[in-house]
Write a protein that binds this ligand. Structure first.
Ligand code: NAD
Length: 330
């Protein structure tokens, strides 16, 4: 099986690439490597690497591939606002271009790693039939991409959207700008967690290794089960209030809770029903926030992760690359 990952050197991609190599797949990673090629150092001899922007992807890059997983993107709301034109150009138009070309050259499955963030705000638990309310450049681009790729599905070209919960856990391209990882780092550094809001919002979470298993389920699934379908990735039991995530992390790490809340309320607040992916694909997360916090803390203690690594904060890193002319402005 030939699997082609755009963004395969990123936070999710560098873990997923290894998982797919271990499974015995023939993996190609296509990435601009904004975080360096070293995130794939120990597997680089077992995969093919292409260093280029997804907007420049060509038919020959994709010909012969069985599955495309399109992870390349400006990967969160703040990074998406840094340069809205670039975000629209990559996250919407660039990924539609990858999907169109994949279809043209006969790729069998196109997997779209979208985000639970598209739901925005809801009083009731959201499932795949619930309305979305994209309000940021990042979520608007995600939504437009989903809207354009789902109708491309036909008997030869299988399209599946995965709306992932916020991911946590250790990766070779670590991100400390996502909730569980950020809070664990704060406890590691100052034994205290500061947030801007009041912590009352509900958000869904999923461990990075479970997230990768969801991709594997889709790769291996019978196409009739997944073609033209959207799946929420996670489990309703990990849709929790942010203040409860903080408490779980303090309890897990055995640190006396010290909080610093702000006034503002995050505009995202929703509980995500993930029963469809469990029912259709048998996907059930194995790991909990406690596991992620312990692993991240230990990786910081062992020195595998560096507390002050500038690459771990996507927005700041991208700002620096743009200032140095190492990243396109549109
Ligand atoms: N991490 C999460 O919690 C989470 C949750 C929901 C959805 N997602 C989505 O999953 C996808 C992957 O997220 P991630 O956390 O691994 O992000 P990441 O920022 O770590 O990885 C993105 C990768 O894409 C590459 N890239 C960026 N622009 C590119 C371009 N124009 N052409 C080629 N490569 C490019 C980067 O170099 C990087 O390796 C993103 O679409 C993100 O929005 C992530």
């Amino acid at each position: 099986m030939k699997v082609f990952l755009t963004g395969g050197a990123g936070y999710i991609g560098s873990v997923l690439t290894r998982e797919l190599v271990d499974t015995g797949y023939d993996v190609t990673v296509y990435d601009t490597f904004y975080f360096g090629e070293e995130t794939l150092d120990d597997v680089k001899d077992e995969i093919k690497l292409i260093k280029r922007d997804i907007r420049k992807i060509e038919a020959e890059d994709l010909r012969g591939q069985d599955v495309v997983i399109d992870l390349a993107a400006m990967s969160n709301d703040p990074a998406g606002e840094l340069n809205p034109n670039l975000t629209e150009s990559v996250n919407h138009l660039g990924r539609v271009h990858v999907a169109k070309l994949s279809k043209e050259v006969g790729v069998k499955k196109y997997i779209a790693p979208s985000s639970a963030g598209n739901y925005g705000w809801s009083e009731k638990p959201v499932d795949e039939t619930s309305p979305v309310s994209p309000i940021t450049t990042y979520t608007v681009a995600n939504h437009r991409w989903e809207q354009e790729i789902l109708p491309m599905a036909n008997k030869d070209f299988c399209v599946t959207v995965l709306r992932q919960s916020t991911v946590y856990g250790v990766s070779w391209r670590m991100r400390f700008d996502i909730i569980v990882n950020d809070f664990t780092l704060q406890v590691f550094k100052d034994k205290k967690i500061r947030i801007k809001g009041n912590g009352m919002e509900f958000r869904p979470f999923v461990h990075i290794r479970d997230d990768c298993q969801a991709f594997k389920r889709v790769i291996e699934a019978d196409r009739d089960l997944i073609n033209g379908e959207i799946f929420n990735v996670g489990t309703i039991s990990q849709s929790v209030r942010i203040k409860d995530v903080m408490k779980t992390i303090f309890d897990t790490l055995g640190v006396e809770p010290k909080y610093d809340f702000g006034e503002s309320i995050d505009k995202r607040n929703y509980i995500m029903d993930c029963s469809k992916i469990e029912r259709v694909l048998g996907f059930k997360p194995k790991y909990r926030i406690e596991d992620g916090a312990k692993e991240v803390y230990k990786a910081l203690e062992d020195g595998f992760l560096k507390a002050d690594d500038p690459k771990t904060i996507t927005l700041k890193w991208y700002k620096g690359l743009m200032e140095k002319g190492l990243m396109p402005l549109a």
